[in-house]
Ligand binder design. Structure first.
Ligand code: HSE
Length: 436
């Protein structure tokens, strides 16, 4: 049978890793796919740049359109990233009836609904396993392995850079910016690293996971998003004293009132496996009604872990073309005409427990004022730590863990606590999940 010809757009970290894996494992991949897969063309912004891969035998160009318009190419592998110009490239590839494999989470989260509709019209495949959680086959697990379940919720560490920063801060007391610079050097971070540290990258990935889990269209604008930039070493230490770890989580939950989509730092009991996922590793916990809780763990970023998912998608496309052209798994797991328009909850209707840290004057009655405000908003306290003031200072830190409450009650209580004359500065609030 004729070999399948691949055109790779982008030869950065993931593109380089994909070339290496496809070349190194070519014989085994051909046995799995049923035919030979060869990269005949690739595009890169700068052709003379030092690369992690050997491009011998690959015709290079600076113009991705050369490849997209090449009738010899069967599959376009888009590894440029970003959602602007790349959207046009992918839509043109689809219009040219080429199958597309991409690792581009922002593209899928923002434009996936349109892209999938065009792909269905043209009868081509768009595969995106590498867009979420790097090397973990979480899309396949949700879309195929768990397809008999009603997914109740999922919670994941889905940004490797953020987890790497939090881990290094906790374990080695390293400075935030210093660890971020290392994550950039290692090729983990986004071209614009604010996407990592402000939670946008995780929100893109959560959008995709939620669509597949619940059978809803992709709705990035419905994700409540907070990053890790407000987390201090002090919070990390207090959380530890209380038996918790702070992790940056993406959480999607189906409630009786609608779907909750949120990305934020979260206190998790330290005994949970997911609380012990460190460095660039990712993990996604999925709760299905039949299977119960399942956990998927692996490298969330980096050249070859991400390439592992890209190549698996390429093999899936080749298998579908070779032996099973009609029987395709729907893009978002549910049939396109069966997506549900479920209500999406705004953040004030989320229910969660909280860690609160505030600084107050060391005077009688201060704690009583704070707890009265919480009680007025039907918020129960689970634990309190009140520290001694530092020598010569009158202000003391007070740390509280609350039971589950509605977010709008907490917002109102925090506003009143911050207005107390005895409380200085902002209340630092981190949401808390037992993930039981
Ligand atoms: N910047 C992303 C991360 C890359 O750190 O998780 C993988 O999507």
């Amino acid at each position: 049978m004729k070999p399948i010809k691949i055109g790779v757009l982008g030869l950065g970290t993931v593109g380089g890793g994909t070339v290496n894996v496809l070349k190194r494992n070519a014989a085994e991949i051909a046995r799995r796919a049923g035919r030979e897969i060869i990269i005949t063309r690739a595009s890169a912004k700068h052709l003379d740049k030092q690369r992690i891969c050997n491009t011998q035998g690959i015709q290079l160009t600076t113009d991705p359109m050369d490849i997209i318009n090449d009738p010899e190419i069967d599959i376009i592998v888009e590894l440029i990233g970003g959602a602007g110009l790349v959207k046009d490239l992918v839509l043109t590839a689809i219009a040219n009836r080429k199958h597309v494999v991409t690792a581009n989470k922002s593209l899928i989260a923002l434009h996936g609904n349109e892209i999938f509709a065009k792909a269905r019209e043209q009868g081509v495949i768009v595969a995106f396993e590498a867009a979420v959680a790097g090397g973990i086959p979480i899309i396949k697990a949700l879309r195929e392995g768990l397809s008999g379940n009603q997914i109740q919720w999922l919670a994941g560490i889905i940004n490797g850079t953020g987890n790497f920063i939090l881990t290094e801060m906790r374990d080695k007391g390293r400075d935030f910016n210093d660890v971020l610079a290392e994550a950039q050097a290692l090729g983990y971070a986004e071209a614009d690293p604010t996407f990592d540290v402000e939670g946008i990258d995780a929100a893109h990935k959560l959008t995709i996971l939620a669509a597949i889990a619940f059978g809803i269209p992709l709705q990035f604008d419905k994700v409540y998003t907070e990053g890790i930039t407000q987390i201090t070493r002090t919070d990390v230490e207090f959380a530890e004293q209380l038996g918790y770890r702070i992790k940056h989580l993406g959480i999607a939950r189906q409630t009786s009132e609608g779907i909750e989509l949120r990305v934020h730092p979260t206190l998790i009991p330290e005994r949970r496996l997911i609380a012990n996922v460190n460095g660039v590793m990712n993990a996604v916990l999925v709760k299905g009604d039949a299977v119960g809780a399942t956990l998927y763990y692996g490298a969330g970023a980096g050249a070859e872990p991400t390439a592992s998912s890209v190549v698996a998608d390429i093999i899936d496309v080749v298998r579908a073309l070779t032996s099973d052209p009609e029987n395709r798994v729907p893009h978002l797991a549910f049939q396109a005409d069966a997506l549900a328009d479920l209500p999406m909850l705004t953040s004030d209707r989320f229910s969660t427990a909280y860690y609160l840290r505030l600084t107050a004057e060391d005077k009688p009655g201060v704690l009583a004022d704070v707890t009265r405000i919480l009680a007025d908003h039907t918020i129960s306290i689970e634990a309190i730590i009140q520290k001694e003031p530092n020598k010569g200072e009158s202000a003391i830190p007070i740390i509280m863990l609350t039971q589950i409450t509605l977010e709008h009650e907490m917002n109102a209580a925090i506003a009143k606590i911050e207005a107390l004359p005895t409380v200085t500065g902002k209340v630092n609030r981190i949401r808390m999940e037992t993930l039981g």
